[in-house]
Design a protein around this ligand. Structure first.
Ligand code: AMP
Ligand code: MG
Length: 423
């Protein structure tokens, strides 16, 4: 048995352990993809505009392209009459000349005729749309020369920065790139992750139907694999293999060898279970590339971490809430760092404790809470469980973790608490 599991070994802080993890998480190689394939990826190089945006001077309103000088003096008691000599819908390549006293009807987004400098919206004419292709009557002056005109390049000029490296590409970001004519981007590779659940008590979900849905005494359904698969996916990474192994450890060496060596080596292995100080700690006893030690947190105190070749190895304690919390605190930032993501951490906001609870002195606490958001100025953190790290069933109700500093022993109802937002 490995005696490095000594209870009472010096605890490291959450920040210290995270620093160790992040120091080992270098960015993965990058690749070029079409914009259509970039959703959810992280931009690996700054993206600059291929076109001016807007690409040409155009109208911000439906109305009339005019020469400002013609209408500058228009007033209700001295309206100006203009002759409409052209019609320019969106998409039109027309560039009609306008003499003094002439206007072109123009729709939103249509190119402003070179001869015009200002747009008068329909609603600022007496006839409006109904009477818009003959003579129009302008009864008030535009607020300025250039009113209702979108200038070429006023949003982003060609060559201007649209998004910096490290940006997560969602719908809004991809649309911004499309709008400036970017058709492909350089993105980080998605980390390839292997998830290994350990425990002789575990019954893989797929085996349950064949057993008529029943378990023998001592067995439990394996749920950490499902938990981690979901969390890994949410962090922009891909689960390439899932295994459930028992506490004997016979298969563990071969498995680890297979997934950490050769051209198909994965980037990250996440073990759950078998890392603490019990008698059957399969990961702790058999995975020699990791070091194990207590981290000053609750849940999640026993943690293992190491590197095999270029693969990061995480050994998380098996309790489902410990797995979920350890993932957020250590694994997710590492997965994002592998992708070169600029922001590695979940946002935190200040909320109000809805009820009181105890917290272990000397350990930072992460308590699953459901946020009552009915008052936008004071979200309330409602604990979803008594803090037991085995209470997996209640985890589904949590949408945040209250993060309580190590030096506190109690949180009282009404206390301000920081919460880490999970989605
Ligand atoms: P361990 O860290 O191996 O001592 O596991 C701590 C607790 O978490 C035990 O009650 C295990 O049965 C439970 N556990 C460990 N792995 C899993 C898993 N994959 N799914 C559900 N529960 C688990
Ligand atoms: Mg176990």
């Amino acid at each position: 048995m490995d005696m490095s599991a000594t209870p009472g070994a010096a605890m490291v802080s959450v920040d210290e352990h995270l620093a160790t993890v992040l120091a080992a998480a270098a960015s993965l190689p990058v690749r070029s993809v079409a914009l259509a394939d970039a959703l959810g990826a992280t931009l690996a190089a700054p993206a600059v505009a291929a076109f001016d945006l807007p690409a040409f001077e155009n109208s911000a309103m439906d109305g009339f392209a005019v020469r400002h000088a013609d209408v500058a003096a228009a007033r209700a008691d001295r309206p100006v009459r203009l002759q409409v000599v052209a019609d320019v819908p969106a998409g039109s390549p027309l560039d009609p000349p306008l003499a003094a006293g002439e206007a072109a009807r123009i729709m939103t987004g249509a190119p402003l005729p070179t001869a015009a400098d200002t747009v008068v919206p329909f609603e600022d004419t007496l006839g409006g749309l109904a009477d818009s292709l003959g003579e129009i009557v302008v009864a008030s002056a535009p607020r300025s020369l250039g009113a209702h005109v979108r200038r070429r390049g006023e949003d982003t000029p060609r060559g201007g920065l649209v998004l910096p490296a490290g940006t997560l590409l969602g719908g809004r970001q991809l649309a911004a790139l499309a709008a400036v004519g970017v058709t492909g981007v350089t993105v980080a590779s998605a980390p390839r992750v292997v998830v290994v659940s350990t425990g002789s008590e575990l019954v893989p979900l797929d085996d349950l139907p064949a057993r008529g849905g029943s378990l023998r005494r001592g067995e439990i359904p394996e749920s950490n694999g499902t938990l981690l698969a979901g969390l890994v996916h949410g962090a922009g990474a891909v689960v390439v293999r899932r295994e459930v192994v028992d506490d004997e450890g016979d298969d563990l060496h071969d498995l680890l060898d297979a997934v950490t060596t050769g051209p198909d080596a994965c980037d990250v292995v996440i073990f759950s279970g078998g890392v603490s100080a019990g008698a059957y700690e399969v990961v702790r006893q058999h995975v020699t590339q990791m070091t194990f030690g207590p981290v000053a947190m609750q849940p999640g105190k026993p943690q293992g971490f190491g590197v095999a070749g270029s693969t990061l190895l995480f050994g998380l304690p098996g309790n489902p809430v410990s797995v979920a919390v350890s993932f957020e605190v250590f694994v997710r930032p590492a997965l994002l760092a592998l992708q070169g993501r600029a922001r590695l951490h979940r946002p935190r906001v200040r909320a109000v404790a809805d009820s009181g609870w105890r917290t272990p002195e000397g350990r930072q606490q992460f308590l699953p809470v459901a946020l009552d958001r009915s008052d936008p100025a004071a979200w309330r953190a409602v604990p979803v469980s008594g803090g037991g790290s085995h209470l997996a069933g209640r985890l589904g109700a949590a949408d945040a973790y209250a993060v309580i500093p190590a030096d506190l022993e109690v949180v009282r109802a009404g206390d301000p608490v920081d919460v880490m937002l999970l989605d």
